[in-house]
Each structure stands twice: as structure tokens, then as C-alpha cells.
Design a protein around this ligand. Sequence first.
Ligand code: SF4
Length: 331
Amino acid sequence: MSELLEVEGLRVRFRTSGALRAVARREDDPWIDAVLDVSFRMREGETLALVGESGSGKTTLGRAIIGLVRAQSGSIRFEGSELRGLGDRAYKAYRREIAMMFQDPVASLSPRRTVRGQIREPFEVHKSAERDGEAEVRRLMDLVGLPHNFVGRFPHELSGGQARRVGVARALALSPKLIIADEPTAGLDVSVQGEVLNLMSGLQSRFGMSYLVITHNLPVVRHTSNRIAIMYLGRFVEQGTTATIFRSPAHPYTEALLGAVPRPDPRRRRKTVSIEGEVPSLKMRPRGCEFHPRCPYAQERCRHETPATTRLEEGHLVRCHFPLGNGHRTS
Ligand code: SF4
């Protein structure tokens, strides 16, 4: 597998108020960092899961990669070409190669377009010459398991699972190399979640595309991702293979997220570590380690010194002064 996507030191900032209002409110810094110092690589055919609570910056990161929000610094290289800083027209060419499945399966579809129109839209936007548009729509419907007689239905006539299949067909339309799937199973019944994940895996085996799966739900990605990156307040706090993350999490936040994942075998239950409190506001980033107000292992050093990213083993990175498994467990 060769390198498909390389993200280095990416930072995405948003203004919280206009320049005049910031002066009127005497705000020293009207900016917040939604994504901060994020680096990772993806290979062809790989699935990387971005996992974190609401407000962790994972959706913003996905949108920055596809150019829907601008990153202020850092680098996004796709097949070796730099994407950050491209204008809309130049970016559009890459949206044939990078597709996005948006979060809400029904609301992300245009309410006035039929299934046929939804699936044809990517071809229209990219002025892609299809040999036979109707045949292409039916081919894509076959690929995602939608009956042909759904072709004239509108989004409100579809179930969540059917609408998600339309979203997969749209993402697949231009044969992208990377699909960014934002909460692909959100709002779906558990049985339908499994169907959608199996569908995505089957399509990946057949066509070899990569997936960047954005989710707050760790169990969802256990059997479908090769690697996992854990995000907290816009930063990656841990990255590793899925097996490593589930077997030996090194960051207390990862451990807490895993504690919420039920294990079928009671003899292999892991220690439950609960995290107290809410995710802090991005405008009020804690000093030192940003997780320290919620961390059950926080020590004095954590309150004033920001941890750097350290490598525990090949491909296993953690941002913590006292990674788990290195002798700092206090209970
Ligand atoms: Fe917890 Fe300290 Fe590690 Fe932060 S650096 S996660 S506060 S142990």
C-alpha cells in the first residue's frame, strides 16, 4: 500500500465574533482552534477511524481535508499534491477523488430531488460524461443494494438506512480514492448499522478505496478500521492500530472511551475509568494537558506542561506525560 493522504501540523481556526464586536467585547483573542497540530498518514485501501466526543474537532478535520473549511496552517498532501491553500476551482478537481458522506442521511439529501437525481448530481456537478446516465444510476443502485423501483422516490419516502445507501451511492459515483464518512451509522437501528458497515466493507474490498470514518462510537469501528486516532479538543491524543488501541490503550481518555464498550466475556472485563465533567469550551482551553481537569491520573506536572507526542512503538503515538502501561496508574 502506498501513501494516499499525508496531513502535517494542521490547524483550523474560527473567529468567534467579528472584528468590531471583538473590540466592543474587549476580547483579546476572538479566535478558537477547532483543529490543532494534527498529523497523520493514510495508505491506499486503508480505513482510519477518527474517534472523539462531540466538539473534538473530528468533523472539522474531515471538512478541512475536502476543502469545505480552510485550514490556516499545516499541510494536506493528497497523492503528493498540496491541497491546503487551493482556491475553490482547483479544489473541485480533487473532489472527484475525495468524496464525503455527510452526517444526517436524510437531511444531507436535497428534499426536492428523487433518488435518481441524488445519484446523478455528482456527475452534473463535475460535468462528467456518462455513457448512459440511467444505466449508471441503476449500476450504483445495484452496488448499494437499492431496488430499482426506488429511483423515483424522494428523501422523505426513504428510511434512514435507505437514505444512507443513497449517500453511499453518491459518494461512490465518481470512483473516489478516499471517502470521508461522517458518522455513517448515526441515527440508524443497530441491525441497520451492521448492514451499512458491511456494505461499506464490501465496496472497499471490491474497489480498494480508503475510508476516513468519523465517529463518537468506538464499537462501530472495531471490526471495520485498520487504525484509530483519538481526538480531544482538536488534537490527536492517541493513534495506533485498532488491535493496539483496544488491547493496550495508552491515553487515559482512550481508556475511558473503551471503558464504555461492553465486552461479551465477563472474565475479560476491563477496568472502568469514568471521566468526570463536560468537554471544556474551545475558548477556555485548560493550561498544561488539556485533558487534566477530567483525567483520573492527573499529576502536578499535567496542570502546567503541555505533553508532546511520543512514540511508544511503531505506529503507536500518544500525547501524555504518563502513558498507561508505563507505571503511572495510581489505582
Ligand atoms: Fe492525564 Fe497527565 Fe496524561 Fe494529561 S498528561 S492525560 S492529565 S496523565
